[in-house]
Write a protein that binds this ligand. Sequence first.
Ligand SMILES: C[S@@+](CC[C@H](N)C(=O)[O-])C[C@H]1O[C@@H](n2cnc3c(N)ncnc32)[C@H](O)[C@@H]1O
Ligand SMILES: [Zn+2]
Length: 348
Amino acid sequence: MEVQEGSVRISVDEVFYNPRMRFCRDLDMLVFAALDSKEYFDALSASGVRGIRAALEAGKVAVFNDVSPKAVEVIKENLRRNGLSADVINGDAAAVMRQKSFEHIDVDPFGSPAPFMDSACLSARKYLSITATDTAALCGSATNSGLKKYGAFAVKTDVYHEVGLRVLIGFAVREATKYEKALLPLISWAKEHYYRVHFKVRRSTSMSARIYEKMGFLAYCSACLRKKVLGFGEGAERCKCGEVFRIIGPIWLGELKDRGFVERVAGMAEGKLKEFLNKILIEVDVPTAYSLPALAKIHSLTLPPAESVVGELKKLGFEASRTHYCGFCIKTDADRDEVVKILEINQT
Ligand SMILES: C[S@@+](CC[C@H](N)C(=O)[O-])C[C@H]1O[C@@H](n2cnc3c(N)ncnc32)[C@H](O)[C@@H]1O
Ligand SMILES: [Zn+2]
């Protein structure tokens, strides 16, 4: 079967191809166009759709790799169909990245990127892009999987995408520091069944140490949903409501995006992509998020629009915004009691 996606036509016979990831790839192409890099290593290529699009739509010199000989055949055929020639490697992505460095690496696997992260961090010189589809392991739905793959403890919260993205970024950041590299998120998002993060890579002894100032934990109360940020070495008392906090982490506490970068990408976007990027842009960068229906339910309150809660919080001088990943969630540095007070005032 041949499919058309973006400006390419590709065969997807006997290789993995997920049409549901088209939006992700469309957005990736704008991201790639905004990066000052030439070389792009598509470490787990399957049909090669991402690398071929990166070459044709973002002007990259793509290098392809897949462990499956069938995939390699299909990639070569797809390069021919699109009038391109490129290096195509038939290897284990981790082994390839251990032996050679690449300017920009993309790790887009089935499930978890964890098995590839060590070598990807060693190899990537300027940029690293990762996808994870094992969201249950990341967001606290599958606590043991999260511990085994990402070395982080999480439980189910009211805002699983926020926790999941931060566990994923935190893991990647920790994998890189042993190579004296700091990973800085340029843009990240949670959508449907997957998380996607594009990092800038900086090789610096001091930056890779300082990055731990942005790592830490979230003290989470499952009774009242209160969340408190904890740095490394900090402790948490009991929650104000009397419950014991559960400590989630280590996680990334820093920015999920580089605002200037996302503005540049949004400047090139149209339609649904632009709408999505604008949602990312309005987000404040605090790690404390709340599901308004979950908070309202605890106190048997009715729900005002998220936008008006955000407005009230801002009037009180707090940082607050909606989120890109959930229409009824907010992010704020205000304590959960402040949010509940606003819900109470808004009762009709
Ligand atoms: C989810 S698909 C990649 C999808 C592709 N990036 C896209 O945008 O359509 C994962 C691919 O990784 C390949 N793969 C699995 N383990 C691998 C490994 N250790 N090294 C290289 N490729 C591997 C599989 O053969 C499969 O083609
Ligand atoms: Zn509590």
